[in-house]
Design a protein around this ligand. Sequence first.
Ligand code: TRP
Length: 331
Amino acid sequence: MNRKVVLSGIQPTGNLHLGRYFGAIENWVHLQKDFDCVYCVVNYHAITMPYNPVKLQENVWELVYNLLACGVNHESLFIQSKIPEHTELCWILSCMCSYGELSRMTQFKDKTDQVKEKNKDAFVSCGLFTYPVLQAADILMYRADYVPVGKDQDQHLELTRNIAQRFNAVVGKDYFVAPEALYTETPKILSTADPSKKMSASAGEKHNIDLFAPVDTIRKQIRSAVTDTGDRSDTMSAGVENLFQLLKACKQTVIYNELLAEYNNQTLSYAVLKDHVADAVIQLVQPIQDRKKEIIANKKAVKDMIKSSSMNIRERAIATLNEVRSLTGLN
Ligand code: TRP
């Protein structure tokens, strides 16, 4: 039986922190058991915002090493720019997507503000405007059935379905599959320094715990996590809840239940809670960090492997483009 296709993309910007790991990557790794997974480091998307080419190149490979260390199979992983067919499909699809549809994308508005906030003289690129069409091309290229993404990508997925439909109508054939979002219950991890915020790369170093940080740094960050003022009301503070979430995300259910009982009896010491959280996180990241060391020691071989998996995945893209060119009269 043919397995259903799962496709997702990740931007080569920012570091890989616990929020991103539990929110996406861990799920990617699990999905590999049951689906034909295609995962893409989206460097064409990364250049839609002001960027530095040298840094971009470094970030792309760093992310590849990190994803492999986390357990993403190399056969499933490719770098978007190694498959230039994505840009060709993007162009064809952009002619099947209206200016009005793209103008309604809220991410475009948010990112436009970000560009301007950072530097008022910076320009907003056309690429940023057509970004969702490139995303549609990524998805439709491999006839993805499911796209594991966060709620923030809903609008882009809806657009992808509309583009697929319009394409099918124009060519008079049910060619593209309309993809569905795959929502998995993933723990939402907050910043330990400020639990009113999500854990994120863009808010600054102290607002995220890097999977690849030295374990002492991780322990220190967790030890200094904001909890509550000691004046406990009926509801658990966001900071304490976040620490419990982390324990749960690290699958320490026995300790989780014990400590939660202590919390409810008001006998829990936050220092003890933090130590358990730090132990759990370190236990999780240690093997990942060890794998990363092995990968770094064999960079050349790993690069060759990814280039070759990108070539294999490209075969699928080439097949799609051949059909698309003939269906659209561009043969
Ligand atoms: N836009 C996605 C994000 O910001 C990244 C992305 C690009 C993507 N292409 C994709 C996600 C295809 C899913 C499928 O997270």
